[in-house]
Design a binder for this molecule. Sequence first.
Ligand code: NAD
Length: 517
Amino acid sequence: MAIHLPNRHLFIDGEWRETVLKKRIPVINPATEQIIGDIPAATAEDVEIAVEAAKKAFSRNKGKDWSSASGAYRAKYLRAIAAKITERKSELGKLEAIDSGKPLDEALWDMDDVAGCFEYYADLAEGLDAKQKAPVSLPMETFKSYVLKEPLGVVALITPWNYPLLLATWKVAPALAAGCTAILKPSELASVTCLELAEVCREVGLPPGVLNILTGLGTEAGAPLASHPHVDKVAFTGSTATGSRIMASAAQMIKPVSMELGGKSPIIVFEDVDLDKAAEWTLFGCFWTNGQICSATSRLLVHVSVMPSVLNACQKTSQPKALCYSVRPKKALHQNFWTDLSNGPKKLKSLILLKKVAGLVQLSVEDRQYDKTLKFIATAKSEGATILSGGGRPKHLNKGFFVEPTIITDVTTSMQIWREEVFGPVLCVKTFSTEDEAIELANDTQYGLGAAVISNDPERCDRVAKDFRSGIVWVNCSQPCFCQAPWGGVKRSGFGRELGEWGLENYFSVKQVTQYI
Ligand code: NAD
């Protein structure tokens, strides 16, 4: 089934606009390594125009502009966007799959989540009208006070490539619900569906300038956007290294930022559990979305008494042989051979399609995901770890950026594979003997995004959940995510929370009004 990649420009002030310098970036299908189209490469000149458009839309027409319109008015557009996404789900899912290397079933799930997230923030936007003016109780009767929640202004939303449209939505939906106007800068490595979001906004008649979408390189489009003096806030999701650069530039202007960064999350498996189930969650937690999830539980801590059984179960499930017969990379994305996985962590699919960032040679970005993953595995080996399964490109595939799901044992806490985020399908394993030791190992990381515990003892689960130094904890599972619950990390995984009501708060400033009576 052929898929047509739409030829899009930048989306500014409600219209498609060619980039000022007429630059474009090739789009590569990671399953075939073929160039399948291109996207615009914005530069500082385009950023200037987009920021001006967003500024005008924020306060274009006092009383009728986006920022002072009612929440119910804004909700109407968010619902219309959700409906269009649902209408175009199958096409958008396919585009997401060929652009990001994500299995098709997962991409289709993402589209449901995207629509659900727009609906959810439409509900919250409607609720805002009743909460605009909140009284504050004061200790003196001669004064009365209230607070106004006001949209922050023009916000820059900078996002990564692993969940291109979904992670953009986690920012766009609450920012627009709050009354901000926005410039979205998705990753140059997977922007196709974000440009389709622009088309959706155009079709539903979103007022011009409310959402502007600029595709382009981080250095050429992201950096000037983040540091623009008329951008009032930067909401960023991506690597810790880029987050740190953005914070440094925001510091010059005391500009607020929120940061959703990398992770190296642990999963603790105690000895009192159904070991097959524990293995399923372990594999699902690490290998879902090719292992390219910020919160992937990529460090398995397993009680020493059950380690052999858990690893046996993991290996059995992650053996590629069951799938090899049907894998033909050119058709892979259209064959639904991932279907079992979409029913939950029952049977883990074993061939992992990995986006190779270095494959975008024309971008001349340095070696990343595919090469980086193989280098991580090689370094682990050279440092004395054992590659229990996987460890390379599947032998029968010579095209496409594929890496086998890889399990590494004999890991020490000083090894790179224990300390650094791989962002690929690599699980490293350590044993523990006591609960205290498990917690100490789990928290032995510079990151603090997710953490999971698998045990049949509810009190132990509560204790461990409390002791984890992380923003998200899963008990007897790993990775489920709901747009109603807050998402975010501690330590070098970032700060601020997305999703839920917390996600909306990111886009307000609070003004107090105190009156002498
Ligand atoms: P990245 O940091 O390379 O890029 C993220 C975005 O930042 C892209 O749009 C990029 O163009 C832009 N960018 C790059 N340099 C910039 C600069 N100097 N100024 C402004 N913008 C710039 O990250 P990536 O490779 O796209 O994504 C993978 C990383 O994202 C992993 O570390 C992963 O853990 C993290 N991530 C975190 C979460 C979370 O919720 N915490 C979710 C998904 C991914």
